[in-house]
Design a protein around this ligand. Structure first.
Ligand SMILES: Cc1cc2nc3c(=O)[nH]c(=O)nc-3n(C[C@H](O)[C@H](O)[C@H](O)COP(=O)(O)O)c2cc1C
Length: 223
């Protein structure tokens, strides 16, 4: 992970939740800036893995605001995720190609999942489905998202997981076991929240809001 040297005042600059959606304020954390030696750093390299849940639409805001703030955002989507929002949307918002298969964008000598993992300052999996969570904690690499994640070194790169699912799926013993395993393995679980769900239930399992996801990423980068 590249050490980021900016020191925004998290107390005064980010008093209100909507401040975490303000690209000008976010630029101090995620954008290019001069480090303590006066050298210019590049924008933070954020990898966002998207799994197939209805909350994919909320991640459009996350990608857009981070890109506007000057972050270098790379998106990968599971096959299921592409059924909710087109990869083209994330390509346009991030300004970068979107990975939807392990077999695309193969760079000469460097398998894409290794090079992407190596060059990420922080990782966010959002929404993380019950299925993708199970894959992650059991070391399965059955989608491009879980494959890239399998090559991330948790000791140097923070991995944030934002679960999103129906309240019955969230409380399933298998899912709760997997959340515990994910935490034990060093992943940071963000949310989920409670309230109205797309399945017309009121309960726990809705994905955290974009401002909460960006705040969690900012805090992880400043550890
Ligand atoms: C309309 C619809 C909405 C869904 N929403 C969710 C969801 O919010 N969370 C979840 O865990 N699974 C959800 N699923 C099920 C997943 O898409 C399914 O388990 C899929 O295999 C996940 O694959 P992935 O983890 O590779 O993306 C939904 C399925 C459909 C058809």
């Amino acid at each position: 992970m590249t050490e980021r040297q900016s020191h925004p005042d998290l107390n005064s600059d980010f008093k209100n939740p909507e401040d975490w959606l303000n690209p000008q304020k976010l630029a101090a954390i995620f954008g290019p800036h001069a480090d303590k030696n006066g050298d210019n750093t590049e924008g933070a390299r954020i990898f966002i893995g998207i799994a197939g849940g209805i909350a994919v639409y909320k991640v459009c805001t996350v990608v857009s605001r981070l890109a506007q703030a000057g972050a270098q955002v790379t998106v990968a989507m599971t096959e299921s995720a592409t059924r909710f929002v087109s990869p083209l949307t994330f390509q346009a918002l991030s300004g970068n190609p979107v990975y939807t298969s392990p077999w695309e964008h193969l760079e000469s000598s460097d398998p894409q999942h290794i090079s992407l993992a190596d060059r990420s300052d922080a990782v966010l999996i959002a929404p993380c489905t019950m299925n993708s969570l199970a894959s992650i904690v059991h070391g399965q690499t059955d989608s491009v998202v879980t494959l890239i994640l399998s090559a991330i070194d948790r000791k140097t790169t923070p991995v944030l997981i934002a679960p999103a699912m129906n309240d019955s799926m969230w409380t399933q013993p298998a899912n709760q076991r997997n959340i515990k395993l994910a935490q034990d393995d060093g992943n940071i679980i963000v949310g989920p929240g409670s309230g109205w769900q797309a399945c017309r239930h009121d309960g726990t399992g809705r994905m955290s809001e974009p401002e909460d996801l960006i705040q969690a990423l900012a805090l992880a980068l400043h550890l």
